[in-house]
Design a protein around this ligand. Structure first.
Ligand code: SPV
Ligand code: MG
Length: 554
């Protein structure tokens, strides 16, 4: 699932319900549902990506992320700014921790209007005094007057611009030592004043008083709980007691704090990044969370195009039968590799090399191949035709500088950078260490190359070596490498490729031809083809073992 998006994009299918309606449905659902803490745009995205149906915008976490105390030190408009980023970054509803409502009924009214305008689904207010203090600090914090708090709830309900906006009344009577009777009295008053749900808070180390409250309350309205201190009570007990929503209230800010501490200390101590690089998110993951590919696609639509710009053409028509169940409902280019379809990973690599015009030829289950930044061409005869037919579907794109790629490969960025620097008209990338790649080389058909010079220790990245032959069956001692499925055509090279495809269409050989057949014909016609060597650092995904390797490769 692609999770990163902005308010400039349409909601995903099935998520067209407003956020306030989504939250209302969660509150009223007969199942116990869960909200996860987020405190900024990226944590909101991560909560959604994890599968949660809603976000708790925690006052403690948002304050901590700003480096201030959970004591209304951040103003409510500063909180509003954070919420706007969070809301734009996610499609699931946000229940904001509105502390005590930022003042009296009038301050809450203004906050509710602004929250409705910014697409926040609901606010939770607690019956304490402004400025509030986190409930886990000290004992016996003073509570609000019941009538004053009921007036606040009514004022919020009267002013809300969105009928489904929720106002949750948080009862602090248990936590501040007033006991069950007071908690139930307050919950009843708040419910009667119009609250859409009650949040009952506790700082006991077990869930007993919360479960007692739920029993006594007997489902009179949805009840929300926050098992921060009583985390050892099994979730099933909350389900059995009919808790409506469970909030995991502060675990992302705490996780982020541990991770940042560990990383900063390590880098400080080592004065190097080597010890940390593999254990933190890559820069690419950050780009993906920020949905950079959406921007690349938008640039293609809204910025003037440069005719000399390098384009990419990806063949993504085949199913990938050897992946069995994984390709029943989608082609292999759409298989998930660490959270993103393979094709998305490939296009991200192209985008990062400055290639924005990307065409892909789809065939098998084409409706599932629907990434935003790609210009799709279709080969509806994919079952009875070969690669050259698929390529011919994108013939209008084979002009100027072009990168050709199979849709089932992954390679390190430098490979593309190196290929883009070459001068030849048709240049293929070949892996000189082809023999090391696969413990069982007979297990797949490989595109092998014979070249004028082998890869040696003296080989420099920019050397282009003449290709003598390309095929599947050469004697091992004649083979200098394996074509990885990536090639570059200059403007002249693109013309040659186009002319050859047309010639193949005319002599009837196109339908069954592979890319190897196309290159072999060019060689036969004495058209020069060049090779650049790499040594590993790529893979193609043919079977389940390759997929496992791909997860590691990233
Ligand atoms: C928050 O997350 O800020 C809360 C919950 O209000 S708690 O910290 O448990 O009071
Ligand atoms: Mg709070």
């Amino acid at each position: 699932m692609s999770i990163a998006h902005y308010s400039t994009t349409k909601p995903a299918k099935g998520l067209t319900m407003t956020k306030s309606t989504q939250l209302k449905k969660l509150l009223q659902s007969i199942d116990t549902e869960f909200l996860m803490e987020a405190h900024d745009g990226i944590s909101a995205k991560i909560v959604e990506e994890s599968g949660f149906k809603g976000i708790w915008a925690s006052g403690l976490a948002m304050s901590a992320a700003l480096g201030v105390r959970d004591s209304n030190e951040a103003s409510w408009t500063q909180i509003l700014e954070i919420l706007e980023f969070m809301s734009d970054a996610s499609r699931i509803p946000i229940l904001v921790d509105g502390d005590t409502g930022y003042g009296n009924f009038n301050n809450l009214r203004r906050a509710v209007r602004k929250l409705c305008q910014r697409g926040i689904a609901g606010i939770c207010i607690e019956d304490k005094l402004f400025p509030k203090t986190n409930s886990f600090i000290g004992e016996g914090q003073p509570l609000a007057d019941i009538d004053e708090f009921c007036g606040k709830i009514k004022a919020g309900k009267d002013i809300q611009l969105d009928d489904d906006f929720s106002i949750i009344a948080r009862v602090e009577a248990l936590i501040s030592g007033w006991g069950m009777e007071e908690a139930l009295k307050r919950a009843s008053a708040y419910f009667e004043a119009g609250a859409d749900g009650i949040l009952i808070h506790s700082k006991q180390r077990d869930g007993d008083e919360i479960i007692n409250f739920l029993k006594e309350w007997a489902n009179r309205c949805p009840v929300i709980i926050v098992p921060t201190t009583y985390y050892q009570t099994p979730t099933q007990e909350f389900r059995d007691a009919n808790a409506s929503l469970v909030i995991w209230a502060n675990h992302n800010i705490r996780a982020a704090t541990s991770a940042m501490r560990e990383t900063s200390l390590r880098i400080y101590r080592d004065q190097s990044l080597i010890g940390i690089e593999d254990s933190i998110s890559s820069v690419n993951e950050i780009f993906e969370l920020a949905n950079n590919s959406e921007l690349a696609a938008a640039e293609k639509i809204y910025l003037p195009t440069n005719q000399d710009e390098t384009k990419a053409i990806i063949l993504a028509a085949s199913r990938g039968k050897e992946l069995h169940d994984l390709t029943v409902d989608r082609p292999k280019c759409m298989i998930d590799v660490r959270g993103q379809p393979l094709l998305h990973r490939l296009t991200t690599t192209f985008n990062q090399a400055g290639i924005r015009q990307i065409s892909a030829v789809r065939g098998y289950k084409k409706s599932t191949v629907n990434l935003p930044s790609i210009d799709f061409k279709d080969n509806d005869e994919f079952e009875t035709t070969g690669e050259v037919t698929s390529l011919s579907r994108a013939i209008s794109q084979i002009k100027g500088n072009c990168i050709f790629s199979y849709g089932d490969i992954l390679f390190r960025h430098y490979v593309l950078d190196q290929l883009l620097k070459t001068n030849g008209d048709i240049v293929l990338v070949a892996d000189a260490l082809w023999q090391d790649r696969d413990p069982n080389p007979q297990s797949r058909t490989r595109d092998l190359v014979k070249c004028a010079e082998p890869f040696t220790i003296k080989y420099l990245d920019e050397d282009e070596v003449t290709l003598n032959a390309i095929g599947h069956d050469f004697a091992p001692e004649e083979i200098q490498g394996e074509w990885i499925g990536l090639a570059k055509f200059s403007a002249v090279g693109s013309n040659k490729i186009r002319s050859e495809i047309i010639a193949m269409q005319q002599d009837g050989t196109e339908r069954n031809a592979s890319m190897i057949d196309l290159f072999a014909r060019l060689l036969k016609n004495r058209e020069p083809i060049h090779i650049i060597y790499i040594s590993g650092h790529w893979l193609d995904i043919d079977n389940a073992d390759d997929l496992a390797d791909a997860q590691k490769f990233l």
